[in-house]
Design a protein. Sequence first.
Length: 174
Amino acid sequence: MILSRLKVFTQTYRTNYGNSVNIKLEKADEFDAEKIISIRNQCFYDDYVQFGECPGYNIPKEQVIKRIQQGHLYKIVIDNEIAGDVSVHILDSGVHWIGCAAVAKKYQNRGIGSFAMKEIEKLYSRAIVWQLETPLSNIRNCHFYKKLGYKVIETKILTDKLTLGVFEKTKNTL
């Protein structure tokens, strides 16, 4: 079995708009790197412009390929088109970090991101704690993660424009 093509889930999913799509979450492979970078750049461009920096924006292809080779970068595929990705980092003592979660703008606000995050949590069922960070001024992102059960546990002031919230979700809230 080739791990880079391992399908995590495949099913028909009814979006928030009521239409059905075929969606699957599978491990990304090196051929997906450019498309993933393109989607991330589209998703995080506004943060980059607003803050002058954004860790999810303009990531070098080599870095994305390295994450893919480590085996914890998953692509969201809708009707055979890459629609986003979720990157997982396994830390110590059951802590898992969402390095990046992105859904192409044309698929946003349809429940696709929520669905993918819930499937990732099921896939890594041994995780005791999930953590991630996002700009606190990005109300949309903060609302998304809070809706999924994440809570702000720490703030990091990076610049006068950029304060990150460290979000956490523990096993008893999964």
